[in-house]
Write a protein that binds this ligand. Structure first.
Ligand SMILES: Cc1ncc(COP(=O)(O)O)c(C=O)c1O
Length: 452
């Protein structure tokens, strides 16, 4: 049974309530992103600045969703706003060659160890779709191996045994299952699902190398955000030995786990890597980067007819590499490159939140754990220390986590239920005090209501 939380924010959000009624009549799903469980009383956001958002009813929140990751410099950072304003005075999209796209590509190549070449698209979903297709074209093999619980967007190959589908089959030999209806069995059959961090997964890659184009992995699993650096090194060794391409999905870790992302942090260089979120400066973006060798099927001549004749991969899109996103992205990357102190500062803030909340939970006997590293963490209610992503799949924990999001919003912190919380470069020590205070107040209230 879901905890009874619907009354919590009732009466506080009259204008939001009116918009929600309209949304139910106009949108397929009234809320596309956050909060994931769509409680009855959700704030509709009117504006945002820095680390704060304000709803249409005038409530201010410290934001720790940060749009699920992109806003590493916070909302409307002056450097990014200036770049966007300057760009849009000269046109928002050309679908013609322009220098801003080249500039963003150069910045990425300078930062990313595996990147000899970059191609832009409009989302992380598109990026992983292109990466998998390039790998299939490069190797002539069709199957893609992914890890159970690994999230790589919403195209058909990605939504197999992803973060919300029920784990199926033995822990060491998971069975590929679709995350939503509508995914053809023929696609599911092309996805080999592996268990995170296991020897069995490495054995499967060796055994099935002849049919595998690539293995895709998030350098920090979003469903279980812990350090898997040693495993990534092992994975690199095994995939290289077997001639299977290694794809790092750096949509979250890119420019967040450090300026060089997961691959620089762990000193493990994949063949191909996918990006989104941070590198778009808050505008829609995706990118695929890789070595010249791995990306060969997509390295074009610039002449699309010639590329068709040569059988090159089609990697195009009306808005891909548009000047607005390119300028916002380049401004963000230049700022991050020139302010390396941002990374340790964000990590220190995330650590303080985790440490202070955990200390409170120990003293008061709550089983909430904030699992994560770097500048992000995932709240979970677990009595025992989880050992892998399957341990985190507990419906009771999900329901409590969802209630926690609702209580946090009531206490002035916009935390997404069931999703990662992100600290940004512009969160302040006062914000951190408020976040810790909101966790404490929420847990206290939830205990009074018998939810935890
Ligand atoms: C690791 C990872 N890959 C891919 C995606 C898909 O990105 P987008 O939502 O931009 O399609 C996400 C989005 O959260 C992600 O976290």
């Amino acid at each position: 049974m879901a905890p009874e939380i619907d009354s919590l924010n009732a009466g506080r959000l009259p204008k939001s309530g009116e918009i929600l009624d309209r949304a139910k009549q106009s949108l397929l799903s009234p809320i596309v992103t956050g909060p994931l469980r769509t409680p009855k009383n959700i704030p509709f956001i009117a504006k945002a600045q820095g680390s704060h958002v304000e709803d249409v009813d005038g409530h201010d929140y410290v934001d720790i969703t940060m749009a699920y990751g992109p806003l590493i410099l916070g909302h409307s950072h002056p450097v990014v706003v200036e770049a966007i304003e300057r760009a849009c005075r000269n046109g928002t999209v050309y679908a013609m060659a322009h220098e801003h796209e080249v500039r963003l590509a150069e910045l990425m190549i300078d930062a990313i160890p595996c990147a000899d070449r970059v191609a832009f698209c409009n989302s992380g979903t598109e990026a992983t779709l292109h990466a998998m297709r390039i790998a299939r074209a490069k190797t002539g093999r069709h199957k893609i191996a992914k890890f159970e619980g690994g999230y790589h967007g919403v195209h058909d190959y990605a939504l197999v045994s992803s973060m919300l589908s029920d784990p199926t089959g033995p822990a060491e030999q998971p069975v590929s299952v679709p995350e939503t209806p509508g995914i053809p069995q023929a696609v599911i059959d092309q996805v080999v699902t592996l268990s995170y961090g296991s020897q069995a997964a490495l054995d499967t890659i060796r055994e099935r190398a002849h049919e595998l184009a690539a293995v895709i992995i998030e350098p920090v699993p979003s469903s279980y955000p812990v350090d898997i650096g040693d495993y990534l090194r092992e994975l690199r060794r095994v995939t290289s030995e077997c001639g299977v391409l290694l794809i790092f999905d750096e949509v979250i870790t890119g420019f967040r786990l450090g300026y060089g992302g997961g691959q620089a942090h762990y000193d493990v260089t994949p063949d191909i890597a996918t990006y989104g979120k941070v590198m778009g400066g808050g505008l829609p973006v995706g990118a695929v980067a890789g070595t010249l060798d791995a990306m060969q099927p997509a390295v074009g001549t610039g002449d699309m007819i010639q590329d068709r004749i040569e059988g090159k991969l089609l990697l195009i899109g009306t808005f891909s590499g548009n000047p607005l996103t390119s300028c916002a992205g380049a401004a963000t990357l230049e700022y991050l490159r020139d302010h390396p102190e941002i990374y340790p500062r964000m990590e220190a803030m995330a650590s303080r939140i985790k440490d202070e909340v955990h200390a409170f939970c120990r003293e008061e006997g709550y089983d909430l754990r904030l699992i994560g590293l770097g500048s992000w963490f995932l709240p979970h209610f677990m009595e025992v220390e989880p050992k892998g992503p399957r341990d985190l799949r507990d419906t009771a924990s999900y329901l409590k986590g969802s209630a926690l999001g609702e209580y946090m919003r009531y206490h002035g912190v916009y935390a997404s239920d069931l999703h990662i919380a992100f600290v940004s470069a512009v969160h302040t020590n006062e914000d951190v005090d408020r976040i810790v205070g909101a966790f404490q107040a929420s847990l206290t209230d939830m205990r009074k209501e018998g939810i935890v």
